[in-house]
Design a protein around this ligand. Structure first.
Ligand code: RNT
Ligand code: ZN
Length: 427
């Protein structure tokens, strides 16, 4: 009742600025976020080190600098546990969404397979689960946590045999992605991120990049229907163990994506801290058809903290909405915090992303643009400031009610109950 009352007042306030909140909520309900499965188990996977998932903790090997820290109890240990935790999280996030898998989440017990032999049947249980829960699936190759990634080089490895293995892995991933896309009738975005780089000043920056390019060309030789699978490429500035040089940098993949009509994946943790991914959207989308976002929160570095409602996140959402890019920007999340409840981490991050989008959707953009066109920058600045204190929270809570999920922080009670009954029972 209180929530409805607050919403009515908020609706009138926004209407005063020419904004229709009901329409904004309708648009928000159409946005699908891709929730990354790896927050649920600290990127352990079920088959991290090649071959069979023989039970127990798989040896993790070189994580490629992707490093979850913390040991909050209750992490998911099996596919069933991970799916149950994901379902719990998704039940606390308003709207209908997607789940992003990594290849190490394959279920290989029945038919052991190394990364280069993975096939759609290893993901049959995920596909069936996604169908039951009306979720879309996205996919990621896993070019780390494997003996053949130990050197820190994969697709750019100087040894042809090692490159071949990773090329075959990427090709297997695309087939799996296409299978998922066909099943779910929306394209699966299959992302490639490789850790390849060098800890210290390399003598040769050129060869690894040329090899990486060759490998990508080979991977993409086999054509995929865009209705089933979309390829995306994720660059990075630096990583743990690749501080001096990263072969797959942003520039490298931007050039590749433009030349080969691929999706560019921009991870918000993968740039200089003062660089703005929000600003990059209009730049790259002036020439690319689509991009994938890995929304993360870097604290001082690419630390993959849980996404929160920061100014950066708000700017990013503003640019997506202002540019009318909701059909061209795939929004994926990418963070991993093992020091707090992992389900709560998902819920906090996804709700923050959606809140940022809601704030952008209730912006009187046309009014701001008119001011800008007239050269009235004083009024533009004044209005931008004023908008910050409008009651978007009242609209958000109403949206949660509409979507039948707990408003406010009421969702935390559900996480606590699940934590006691389920997660803390895992030993
Ligand atoms: C690594 C990339 C990559 C990974 C995930 C696990 O820096 O961000 O996307 O975080 O694939
Ligand atoms: Zn990422």
């Amino acid at each position: 009742m209180k929530i409805e009352k607050a919403y009515q007042l908020a609706r009138e306030m926004y209407a005063g600025y020419g904004v229709d909140t009901a329409n904004a909520l309708k648009r928000l309900a159409g946005i699908r976020i891709s929730l990354h499965c790896w927050q649920g188990d600290d990127i352990s996977g079920f088959s991290a080190r090649g071959g069979s998932s023989s039970g127990g903790e798989p040896s993790r090997g070189n994580l490629g600098g992707v490093l979850p820290t913390g040991n909050y109890p209750g992490k998911a240990r099996t596919p069933e546990e991970l799916r149950s935790d994901l379902a719990k999280a998704l039940g606390l996030i308003p709207g209908r969404h997607r789940v992003s898998l990594h290849s190490i989440y394959a279920e290989t017990k029945a038919r052991p397979a190394d990364r280069d032999e993975l096939a759609p049947d290893h993901f049959a249980a995920w596909v069936a689960w996604a169908r039951t829960h009306k979720l879309g699936l996205d996919f990621n190759g896993t070019f780390f946590s494997h003996p053949l990634a130990e050197s820190g080089r994969t697709l750019s490895h100087p040894d042809r045999a090692v490159r071949r293995f990773w090329i075959d892995h990427a090709r297997a991933c695309r087939r799996i992605g296409a299978f998922m896309g066909r099943q779910q009738k929306t394209p699966c975005v299959t992302n490639i991120w490789v850790p390849d780089g060098s800890k210290d000043t390399p003598a040769d920056r050129k060869a690894p990049r040329e090899l990486l390019k060759q490998s990508l060309d080979e991977i993409f030789k086999e054509k995929c229907r865009p209705a089933h699978n979309l390829d995306s490429l994720e660059g990075k500035l630096f990583g743990l163990g690749s501080e001096a040089y990263v072969a797959g940098s942003h520039d490298f993949y931007l050039a590749y994506a433009v030349a080969h009509r691929k999706l560019l994946c921009m991870d918000t943790g993968h740039f200089h801290p003062t660089e703005s991914v929000a600003d990059k959207l209009t730049a790259v989308l002036s020439q690319l058809d689509q991009v994938l976002l890995h929304v993360s929160r870097g604290v001082r570095w690419d630390s993959d903290h849980v996404v929160t409602l920061t100014d950066d996140l708000r700017s990013l959402a503003e640019e997506i909405v202002r540019g009318n890019y909701l059909q061209r920007v795939y929004i994926g999340l990418d963070f991993f915090d093992a020091s707090i409840n992992r389900i709560a981490a998902w819920v906090i991050g996804a709700r923050a992303m959606l809140q940022a989008l809601l704030i952008a959707l209730v912006e009187p953009t046309d009014t701001l643009r008119q001011m800008e066109l007239k050269g009235d920058f004083t009024a533009r600045l004044a209005l931008m400031e004023e908008l910050k204190s409008l009651p978007f929270g009242a609209v958000w809570n109403y949206y949660c009610l509409q979507q039948d999920v707990p408003p406010n922080h009421a969702w935390m009670r559900e996480v606590k109950a699940y934590e006691t009954a389920v997660q803390f029972q895992r030993r």
